[in-house]
Design a protein around this ligand. Sequence first.
Ligand code: NDP
Ligand code: 8X3
Length: 253
Amino acid sequence: MPIALITGASSGFGRAIALKFAEHGYDLIITGRRKERLNELEEIIRNTYETRVYSVLFDVRDSEAVATELNALPHDWKLIDVLVNNAGLAQGFSTIQEGNIEDWDVMIDTNVKGLLYVSRIVLPWLIQQGKGHVINMSSIAGKEAYSKGNVYCATKHAVDAISKSMRIDMLPHGIRVTAINPGAAETEFSLVRFKGDAERAAQTYKGFKPLVAEDIAEVVYFAASRPPHVVLNDITITPIAQASPAYFYKEIS
Ligand code: NDP
Ligand code: 8X3
């Protein structure tokens, strides 16, 4: 069975991607910080699909924990075919002059450094196998900036650049690199961004039909299931009501 390692599988895109890959016969390494969420997903997958699941708990911002936990995987679990670097978040929504420095640190440490820490451990394993696929979760915010998105947009622009560089670095090793750039998708993303304010989070998706996690999971699996000589480099997905990070057609009643 092929193996997929999915970071941030305790919620949203990561959870849906894990379920999609399980449906297609992948064994799964699922990671996140919330143990109960991973346990629950593990149980659903075990009860629904004939696939093996391995949960690994770590904070992607902690480079030592990332290295220790991933290096502790049993040898046969290190034969990873697909790495989905999905863990990430936005925290806060304000102008730079009013920005919260702790929020900036969390976003930069998670979205940029965390993705690098995981990749630093897993890429040598893929290189040793001479095959593999890395799928980095960027964002439409990695293509264009929007008002009060400054640091989140910067982190996703960094993911965009890292994906391009990674593709070049992996060229001699036959390893595919894909960047996925979703627009507005209703997950726990806005709840996290607005620090638990459910009403404010819900406003984000008012007046149009947002993407759902399964829409992204479908695309991630599609990219992973192309013939080995084909690489989908960069995929931007928005709801039909969204043309850019800030340009929406909303029908507010
Ligand atoms: P969710 O909040 O639903 O899921 C985020 C996931 O990331 C959770 O599983 C969370 O796990 C994990 N995560 C966050 N911080 C850390 C950390 N420090 N260490 C380990 N895991 C962490 O949001 P989405 O599913 O929407 O987001 C997934 C990715 O997609 C993110 O990179 C986000 O930036 C990106 N994205 C989201 C869009 C959207 O509109 N929803 C659009 C474009 C991109 P836990 O809390 O258990 O650690
Ligand atoms: C999440 C999408 O447009 O809210 O990356 O930044 S957006």
